[in-house]
Design a protein around this ligand. Structure first.
Ligand code: SF4
Length: 331
């Protein structure tokens, strides 16, 4: 297929459509320049191409998780050597959030290594949401599976986003996680959406999945009743002691193709270049931004993994002429 210009009336330029895997596969396999041109055109039609949303992630409860996600350092099932900690004090979370805001973050993401939150933890978690929001930051949480009642409580406290990644395709899911199902994931996403929260859901590349699995995961996300507002695409950071410790690295071109496909399938979503940026060159990140990524995590750690520091990101932004995107919430 040859692409000289992008049809401004095509579905991805005008709004949401339901995607079929065959159509997505054809797009994924376009000549690289054609794919990038199409993805970048979609990106420009929906966003300022030089603005990047900046999130900061804090682990509010680390390690000892009952789930067996093969990619994770925090699973109690894997001998990764990570020490488990209790839920952080609310005031400490707010202290960290103030620092994040001073460092330029506009969204504050709080993650707890739980299968699902216990009722006894909800009071503290809700206080964190209220406190962080009162600082004028967008709030996001990732706490595992949620019931409708927990989703409602978080929405009422002012939570903006709930993160719950699909991780991979339905077909490949059981190879990576056995303690819950793909359907469980979709159920929490539905609970969160029904509560009126914005959804952050994406996945991880480099876990041994096929290209079809990657495409299938993106098609599932795009075909949710409302596509996620935020789509984190992670590159696996192999964790010593985890099931995926020896997973081979993802081909950078394949990774960029996946970002481009995410942009085309979900034109109005923020596509986040998430974990794995420490392993990416500036040039690879630049191509990801061109292909439609417009969100990153800032700060030196991501839950338990490394991340480029603020100085490195500031230098990259200067080189590329990128600017931080303004948040949606008032102070
Ligand atoms: S990814 Fe989340 S749910 Fe899975 S083991 Fe790690 S902390 Fe637990």
């Amino acid at each position: 297929m040859k692409i000289d210009k992008v049809d401004k009336n095509s579905p991805e330029m005008t709004g949401f459509i339901r995607w079929h895997s065959d159509a997505a596969e054809k797009i994924y396999n376009l000549a690289f320049n054609d794919l990038l041109f199409r993805a970048h055109s979609v990106h420009r039609a929906h966003f300022d191409p030089n603005a990047v949303q900046m999130s900061r992630l804090l682990s509010i409860k680390t390690g000892g998780c009952a789930e067996d996600c093969g990619y994770c350092s925090q699973s109690a099932h894997a001998p990764t050597g990570l020490k488990a900690s209790k839920l952080m004090e609310v005031e400490r979370v707010l202290e960290e959030a103030r620092k994040a805001k001073a460092g330029g973050a506009t969204r504050y993401c709080m993650g707890a290594a739980w299968r699902s939150p216990k009722d006894r933890d909800m009071e503290a978690v809700l206080a964190m949401v209220r406190g962080v929001r009162s600082l004028g930051l967008e709030t996001c949480m990732t706490l595992g599976m949620l019931t409708p009642a927990q989703s409602d409580a978080l929405a009422q406290a002012g939570l903006d986003y709930y993160n719950h990644n699909l991780d991979t395709s339905e077909r490949f899911y059981g190879e990576i996680i056995t303690t819950r199902t793909f359907a469980d994931r979709l159920e929490t996403l539905a609970n969160v959406r029904d509560a009126g929260l914005k959804v952050c859901a994406g996945g991880i590349l480099g876990m041994g999945e096929t290209t079809d699995d990657r495409i299938s995961m993106l098609v599932t996300l795009a075909n949710l009743p409302v596509p996620p507002e935020s789509v984190p695409i992670n590159m696996l950071i192999p964790i010593p002691g985890s099931k995926l410790a020896d997973a081979p690295p993802v081909d950078p071109i394949e990774f960029i193709r996946s970002i481009a496909l995410a942009r085309i399938l979900m034109p109005a979503s923020h596509v986040r270049l998430s974990a794995g940026r420490t392993e990416m060159s500036d040039e690879m990140q630049a191509l990801c931004f061109f292909a439609g990524a417009n969100s990153i995590f800032v700060g030196e750690t991501l839950l338990t993994a490394g991340n480029p520091g603020e100085d490195k990101d500031a230098a990259l932004f200067r080189r590329l002429g990128l600017t931080p995107m303004q948040p949606d919430v008032g102070a």
